[in-house]
Design a protein around this ligand. Structure first.
Ligand SMILES: [Zn+2]
Length: 132
């Protein structure tokens, strides 16, 4: 069924029709919502954890079904959370259509959302965002 599958739609409209770009936008929205969800999980998980040493966080990538853990120190995690567009993910889990790698570490990568609509979604869903 084409309508429920962005990849199939793109294959059916290889020349970048309006339908294809619409699906692309929905894909990016889905990726951003995934990342925002995992960030929320991680914000809840860190409560009560020992601040010393490595802590397990859920990989914040936008891939469907990823439930891998990323090991971060509290300081590393806090550094990423200072920027609402940044997420900690495992190497290889980046989705370069909607984010760019801004830091590479042995245990993880830091990606930053770029472009519309992903960047806007993750900023508005930032649990640390002050109330307007
Ligand atoms: Zn992942």
């Amino acid at each position: 069924m084409l309508a429920s599958n962005g990849i199939a739609i793109r294959a059916a409209y290889p020349h970048g029709t309006r339908m294809a770009s619409l699906m692309e936008r929905q894909d990016k929205q889905r990726v951003a919502m995934n990342e925002a969800t995992f960030r929320k999980v991680n914000e809840a998980m860190k409560v009560g954890q020992d601040p010393a040493g490595l802590l397990p966080f859920v990989c914040e990538c936008g891939r469907l079904g990823c439930s891998k853990l990323v090991q971060l120190t509290r300081g590393e995690y806090e550094g990423i959370r200072e920027n609402p567009r940044r997420f900690a993910i495992l190497d290889g889990h980046e989705i370069l259509e909607t984010e760019e790698i801004v830091e590479r570490h042995d245990r993880y990568l830091v990606v930053e959302k770029v472009g519309d609509p992903g960047a806007e979604i993750v900023e508005h869903t930032d649990p640390r965002r002050p109330l307007d």
